[in-house]
Design a protein around this ligand. Structure first.
Ligand code: IPD
Length: 266
């Protein structure tokens, strides 16, 4: 079977190649955009091309593994290794030429994420983590901020694409904003989670993200010392994610739990 460090190296190598391709091809992309679940939910031809490249590279190296990707869905395989791929996280930033978009590749063994790579090509940054071996930005070990009280916390969040969900998220933001230092909406869940690890924000929360958004960056965050979980003792899931150092995590949780209804707003 597979060594997590080796799997992590492969994830990093493939995320780098996909990022290079996206940087090279982005200038020629104009107009090549389709919408998905709603008019705000876009997919570019380069999302598809990036995922194809990533799937091809994974299967060249490890033909028996399973792959879950944002655009191509679940591909079956024979091993207990599953790759979780977001070919472009932060598609709207990518579309507008903003730098905060990422290629995210996580590797799961028997249902546990053991390695992840989040490549942010427009910033020349590669975040990596291997379970039990820390979180890294290039060669620099990352440790999230600790001891920050809620009132002084810079908190990142994001908004899903569904209109009903956005209305709820707007109401939640209205309650959170007066109680924290400030809020950031960076536009990429993967980068938001890496930003917790890199002390660029103190915490993050969002309803309605997907495994490909958080699988790799979630490991970067937890390996930096942060807690990543859902509401009321549940694990992180597409339902809800809160990420912050212990202490701030509980404060954020206790603020958000009564504000956000359990049911899906969509
Ligand atoms: C989106 C981004 C965004 C988050 C959305 C995600 P995509 O992913 O991560 O920050 O707020 O919930 O869907 O569509 O750019 O891959």
């Amino acid at each position: 079977t597979a060594d997590p460090t080796e799997l992590g190296r492969l994830a990093e190598e493939i995320a780098r190649e996909a990022g290079d391709m996206l940087v090279a091809k982005r200038p020629t992309m104009s107009g090549a955009v389709a919408t998905k679940s709603s008019p705000t939910d876009v997919v570019t031809v380069l999302d598809t091309a990036s995922e194809r490249l990533i799937r091809d590279r994974i299967l060249e190296a490890r033909p028996e593994d399973r792959i879950l990707g944002e655009e191509g869905g679940e591909a079956p395989g024979e091993t207990d290794v599953r790759w979780i791929v977001d070919p472009i996280d932060g598609t709207v930033n990518f579309l507008y030429g903003l730098p905060d978009w990422a290629v995210s590749i996580a590797v799961e063994v028997e249902g546990t994420v053991v390695a992840g790579a989040v490549n942010v090509p427009a910033r020349g940054e590669m975040f990596t983590a291997v379970r039990g071996h820390g979180a890294w930005l290039g060669g620099e070990r990352l440790r999230c901020a600790t001891g920050v009280p809620l009132a002084q916390a810079l908190v990142a969040t994001g908004f899903g694409y569904g209109v009903a969900r956005r209305a709820v998220q707007g109401r939640v933001v209205a309650e959170v904003l007066p109680r924290v230092r400030d809020i950031r909406r960076g536009g990429s869940c993967a980068i938001d989670l890496c930003s917790v690890a890199a002390r660029r924000v103190d915490g993050y929360y969002e309803r309605g993200i997907n495994p490909w958004d958080y699988a790799a960056a979630g490991l970067v965050a937890t390996e930096s010392g942060a807690t990543l979980a859902g509401l009321r003792g549940r694990p992180v899931s597409p339902d809800f994610a809160i990420c912050a150092a212990p202490g701030l995590f509980e404060e954020l949780h206790d603020l958000l739990a009564p504000l956000d209804p359990d049911r899906d707003a969509d």
